[in-house]
Design a protein around this ligand. Sequence first.
Ligand code: HPA
Length: 262
Amino acid sequence: MSRTGVIGGSGLYEIKGLTVKGKKNITTPYGKPSDDYLIGSMGDREIVFLPRHGKKHGIPPHMINYRANIWGFRKLGVNNIISISAVGGIRKGMNPGDIVVLDQVLDMTRNRKSTFYNGKGGVVHIDFTEPYCPDLRSMLLKAGRSARVALKKEGTYVAVDGPRLETASEIKSFAILGGDVVGMTGMPEASLAREVEICYAGISVVANFAAGISRRKLSVAEVMEAMHGATEKIKKLLAKTFSLIPETRECSCLDALKEAKI
Ligand code: HPA
């Protein structure tokens, strides 16, 4: 049976409504994942949950072992991942509390181990034209409509290293480049999932206006507050989405490596 993975971001260290059946401590060739994976169920779906920052939020964004996290999901037989993250809103209309189903990425990270393929076993260039699985995105949008959870249907995620927040000029330049929201964890998570042929979709909760957009100094407390405020909606959205995920996949993520190797 196929399993669905969920990666929880800041303020989301568990999924409400998940019946937990056990946990798995996994070791990978890339080191340790952020925490134990919780194995549970929601409806008739098997769910594997991982808190990205660890359940006590001890791991900052630039220290997360993204490769170990994704490898662990693969080892547990997960073939779809829904990733949840907190972001700052850049584009007008991306307001605190909004939930965005991401459709594009601008990767501004510099210091991360971003691939499983370092030359051993061939040179690999995966197609990343559409960084998020289009089928999984459609299921999230459909779930939002039927569960009556308002969603922003698209958004370009600007990934930065952090852990500092951005300058006002950085945010202005990201806006010119087409960025809609900014966060510190979306990459290389998305491309690593594609490299192991896991379908991956990202939903972001706008926690604050990005730097320079509001006059207020950014605070971590407002990020946490926005995430807590969104948990009920996220739970509803996930429960409905799980019920829409079919047993067999039809998207191109499932053979992402097919024409990618030299
Ligand atoms: N910038 C980067 N990451 C974030 C922000 C932000 O404003 N808010 C939540 N995560």
